[in-house]
Design a protein around this ligand. Structure first.
Ligand code: ATP
Length: 299
């Protein structure tokens, strides 16, 4: 066991920002995606684990602080120092002698930034700087909090490819906070869903999908014709513009796909759609709690 969280509570003034009642355990080598709407408590959870915010409850780990690396939404370095100096000092290395670091600098096209002062980097350049630093740290427990925000589409794709390859045969435990579900489809095996400071669900991505969606899901536009065409099948909660139909078994899957093909309807079939899965996990959670899901998304 790498880390366990028990009865965690974080308050900012009178606001209860995070309340985790059931124990959460993180094991070596796990890849965990942390998702939730704005203000759900994702960054607060990461900050609590890093000891950057005060909390009640227990967070236990045998890791030393230097064995935990984090890419946060905002990262601070000595503003007036050249980037190269910060990099070599913090990583205790020399770029000329470090092949791995040279390769990352070149992959992220960061060469020209090395001689600039940190405060003169653009937002995206600062982002790439921290990514390189965190990747090279190779810490047993690594957090990426919104690692691709502020990056253009091409750099985002490049970064995701690099992260997948970088960690492929490694045993680092990764916790990735992201609003981009396609990134988590590539990187995460477990998902922690937070909402309004509470844990909605935590588990293997595949198991959560089966639990809340079934074997697979068909997603089409939510037009009147599609609603009518698929009216006899089980509808899942979905963003308003979409119609999501649950398939409990292969037979239903065949029937629906034939019907959609016959009627020339564009559709997506998925057995790992994180957005539909988390929407339905939330709905189930609030139903159990006795409040309507619709009331919660209005807040
Ligand atoms: N330093 C702070 N002081 C006061 N309130 C805070 C502070 N940091 C966060 N909060 C509040 O705590 C709640 C959780 O914030 P947090 O940053 O953890 O959310 P998040 O899930 O990471 O959101 P986002 O997706 O927008 O980054 C929010 O309501 C936020 O306004």
């Amino acid at each position: 066991m790498l880390l366990t969280i028990h009865n965690l509570q974080v308050r900012y003034g009178s606001q209860l920002a995070l309340q985790i009642d059931c124990p959460i355990s993180i094991h070596e080598g796990e890849r965990i995606g942390i998702i939730g709407s704005n203000g759900a408590g994702k960054t607060t959870l990461v900050k609590s684990i890093l000891g950057l915010t005060s909390y009640k409850g227990s967070i236990r780990t045998n890791l030393k602080p230097e064995q935990i690396a984090a890419h946060m939404q905002s990262n601070h370095y000595a503003a007036t120092m050249p980037v190269k100096t910060i990099m070599e000092t913090i990583l205790d290395t020399n770029i000329r002698k470090n092949r791995e670091l040279q390769e990352l600098i070149s992959y992220f096209e960061f060469e020209k930034c090395l001689h600039k002062r940190y405060s003169h980097l653009s937002g995206g350049q600062k982002q790439r700087f921290t990514i390189i630093m965190v990747m090279l740290q190779n810490a047993p427990l690594t957090f990426y909090d919104e690692v691709t925000s502020g990056l253009d589409f091409e750099t985002r794709q490049k970064l995701m490819e690099k992260l997948v390859n970088w960690y492929q045969n490694k045993s680092n435990t990764l916790c990735i906070v992201s609003h981009y579900y396609e990134e988590l489809e590539m990187l995460a095996e477990k998902i922690l869903i937070l909402d309004q400071g509470k844990v909605i669900a935590f588990g293997e991505k595949k198991e959560l999908f089966r639990k809340y969606c079934g074997r697979s899901v068909f997603i089409t536009d939510s037009t009147k014709q599609n609603q009518e065409l698929l009216r006899e099948y089980k509808k899942l909660k979905s963003p308003e513009h979409l119609l999501a139909i649950a398939c409990p078994d292969l037979e239903t899957e065949h029937k629906i796909s034939e019907l959609l093909l016959q009627e020339n309807v564009n559709f997506k079939r998925s057995d790992n759609d994180i957005e539909i899965m988390s929407t339905n996990a939330k709905a189930a959670y609030y139903e159990r709690e006795g409040s309507a899901y619709e009331d919660q998304i209005m807040q």
